[in-house]
Design a protein around this ligand. Sequence first.
Ligand code: MRU
Length: 352
Amino acid sequence: MKIGEKDYRSIWHDERDPGSIHVIDQRKLPFSFEVMTLRSCDEVCDAISTMAVRGAPLIGAVAAWGVVLSFLERSGESDVHASVMNDAFKIKSTRPTAVNLAWAVDFMTEVLKNYPDADIMRRAAEGLCDDEAERSRRIGVNGLPLIEEISRKKEGGVVNILTHCNAGWLACVDYGTALAPVYMAHDRGINVHVWVDETRPRNQGSRLTAWELSNHGVPCTLITDNAGGHLMQNGMVDIVIVGCDRATASGDVANKTGTYLKALAARDNGIPFYSAFPVSTFDMAIDRPDQIIIEERDGDEVRKIDGINIAPDNIPVSNYGFDVTPARLITAIITDRGICRADKESILTLLS
Ligand code: MRU
């Protein structure tokens, strides 16, 4: 995607500096655009756990490179395989909810097992990033007709889309998941407008989604997290599209906390609610919402904004990073392989 005139991905590798990867420090956006160079497995773990990089597909891509960097660092050691496996475990432990993280690390440790070679591992990580970008592009292609259909019904009038958190290109390698169909519709001249939830406590909506949409010229309006219900009641939302960090085999979807409340309001107002994600986000080993581990984060994210207290010191805080929207509230799931209903049978058919 473009920043100004320049094309960017959210992660890239420079062949002239083969022991590193480059990412955008998302903690600094939208106030400053800073590129971070990660040179070790520890730096990768730190970037993921401090949320310099975040978003399910992107943390998977960064984690894959973490395994490569670990292999390069450990190359002089007597049991390289065991040391890298130990690092792989550390990378997997950085964040618990997004399944793409574990999926990408497992993919890379398989490569390590079969081809313990730096060039092959680098190429595998590059391939994983390219595949991730292509999966996002396919999500855009598959979701586009939903927006086109609403636009047709409204005879070219504005299609109002509500989204939560950031599931755009910053959260993926390119294009995005929830935002991929939105960018595609906008690029084809469809009149779209996005309601952007600010997404407390870390404000991925106001800091990241608003930034990337406006950089691309997509009309959008920032709203407080609690405003969505009012907009839906007043006919100001045509469709809700959100991302996903882990989906069960039954079609329940874990996404940034607050997503569930949007789904409830959408159902009450007869508004279609979609979750968009690559099929790698399905965790087919589980089929109940309570099997998804929900990350609990530091209370200071809620007590403070940018270091400034907005609550009494030391007030007890509960800070669940995600919630689960049950399948029954989801109109359909938009994936890189097509659209399917949020139920086990449809998901199994899609995956087969
Ligand atoms: O805690 P984050 O910012 O990593 O959470 C991200 C989200 O919940 C996104 O909506 C998500 O990863 C969906 S897919 C891009």
